[in-house]
Design a protein around this ligand. Structure first.
Ligand SMILES: C[S@@+](CC[C@H](N)C(=O)[O-])C[C@H]1O[C@@H](n2cnc3c(N)ncnc32)[C@H](O)[C@@H]1O
Length: 303
């Protein structure tokens, strides 16, 4: 039976917390105001904003990651896939591109705020509402691949075991999970990057998330019941030295740190935070600082 009939296309729009966005690109003051009028989701612990600026950042970040990772799917699928799920699909780009690559495969993106279905999205791709912390409204044993990328600031540390069990429930026996998370540290950091890493990781842990989830993922996935678990690490020199990937990821790193400004303000003067961010690119150049992200794959055992 096709999966389509099982989905309800419910779309819930959480309340806007701090007012609508100021139109972008007007003047410095409008931009400054916008920093403080970011929109956050209300019903989930997700720490990043959910607004136009974040949509731009996520799209940009997708191309940055793809320029380094080169392929959407690392897991060694046996055959042409019939169904693929992307959990926390964000702007839906990964799902859309995978749907284009596999036109005979049903690709489903699920998110607490799913993207609008644009005309350029192929007919075999759909976006549906689902909260992975509450369990997803999808049938078990359905997907050849369950993909989830960058939910480090969405899944509380204590919820990871339950979330991984839920993703395994949805994979078909012999199907794969592919989980990408950022390493929240730098290789070859200078003093300012090390300071940023310590500040951010302390803050993330204080908010209840696991800053080391990328490294802990293979153990957690094995404990959840997956087999053939492997982790691949991608390292990119920040900025020019890292080529196109490095240039894009430098911008992305600064944008995501900037997106956290409002939250960081509770424990650090904003001016100090902004100065720290502004000083990083030069230090990254001088120290040859590398950013890493990790892709963990694992397979659901056959009975
Ligand atoms: C950092 S974005 C990553 C988006 C996408 N995976 C990517 O790599 O571009 C995290 C996404 O997770 C979604 N999200 C947050 N909490 C969630 C939850 N409890 N269940 C499902 N999605 C969630 C957010 O709405 C957001 O779209």
């Amino acid at each position: 039976m096709p999966l389509w009939g099982l989905f309800r296309r419910t779309r819930r729009l959480p309340a806007i917390k701090t007012g609508e966005l100021t139109p972008r690109g007007q003047d410095a003051r409008a931009e400054e105001e916008q920093q403080w009028q970011r929109r956050y989701l209300q019903d989930v612990p997700y720490a990043l904003p959910k607004d136009e600026a974040e949509i731009d950042r996520l799209n940009f970040q997708h191309y940055a990651l793809m320029s380094v990772q080169k392929q959407h799917i690392i897991a060694p699928l046996d055959d042409y896939p019939r169904a693929i799920l992307d959990v926390g699909c964000g702007t839906g780009l990964w799902a859309r591109e995978v749907g284009q690559r596999y036109p005979l495969c049903q690709v489903v993106g699920v998110d607490v705020e799913p993207p609008e279905r644009l005309p350029t999205v192929p007919a075999n791709v759909d976006y549906v509402y689902g909260d992975v912390l509450k369990g997803l409204p999808l049938p078990e044993n359905s997907f050849d691949l369950v993909h989830q990328r960058l939910l480090i600031l969405a899944v509380p540390a204590s919820a990871w075991p339950q979330v991984l069990r839920e993703l395994l429930r949805l994979a078909r026996p012999g199907g794969w999970l592919q989980l990408t998370e950022a390493g929240m540290y730098f290789n070859h950091p200078g003093p300012r990057s090390a300071h940023l890493r310590d500040l951010v990781n302390r803050a993330i842990a204080g908010w209840g998330f696991d800053p080391l989830i990328a490294l802990n993922m293979p153990t957690l996935l094995t404990q959840a019941g997956a087999i053939a678990v492997e982790k691949r690490t991608y390292g990119v020199m920040m900025g020019e030295a890292g080529g196109q990937g490095g240039r894009l990821l430098e911008k992305d790193m600064l944008a995501v740190m900037s997106a956290l400004t409002e939250r960081v303000a509770s424990f650090m003067p904003v001016e100090e935070w902004r100065e720290l961010l502004a000083s990083l690119p030069e230090e990254w150049r001088n120290y040859g600082t590398e950013f890493q992200f990790h892709v963990t794959i694992g397979r659901k055992p056959r009975p």
